[in-house]
Design a protein around this ligand. Sequence first.
Ligand code: PAN
Ligand code: ZN
Length: 198
Amino acid sequence: MNSTKDTPFTFAVNVAQATLEQYDNHITRTLSSMKGQYLDAATYEAMLPEEDRLLYEVYEIRRPETAGELLHGLSVVHPGKVGSEYFMTKGHFHTVLETAEVYYCLKGQGCMVMETPEGDWAVEELRPGRVLYVPPRWAHRSVNTGADEDLVTFFVYPGHSGHDYGTIEQQGFRKLVVEENGQPKIVDNPRWRGPESR
Ligand code: PAN
Ligand code: ZN
């Protein structure tokens, strides 16, 4: 696989199926890893004992986690909701805040929820063929708003970025994406616990 390669390499993305021909690491995240993240805590607690549902998966091409490298792979968020809130990734700031990321959407319907430590927020649509540029300093979480299709994105970010999950686990995102009358809607997160609300 790629981990020991220091010569150029290629691999195929199966565009029709939105899968990678090869990868080094497969991460799976289930409902139990999202404790405290969904607004409807009662529905979350009721769903857990029924089944620890698979919410999303990440397929990584392994590269050294150093500044000159680019980490890349595929993110797959499955369709579904907890209450009215769509399945989503945990979301994170990069530990090195001044690092950006590019996402290219291959399949599905969804959006990226983003915010900065300074209080800016943004939600951008993800659909096949769209590229999203996440600038340095912006925390990011992908949300699958499709009814029955995976949301698949190809991502690339600097090797030394690191992932700070703790900040989002503690304070959440300022905005949530929920279904209202069959449509996705951006709403304030009443449980957001950022520095300004404490
Ligand atoms: C992506 C994400 C991936 C899964 O590769 O890591 O979509 O989301 P979480 O990391 O929030 O669980 C990325 O943004 N890397 O930096
Ligand atoms: Zn990231």
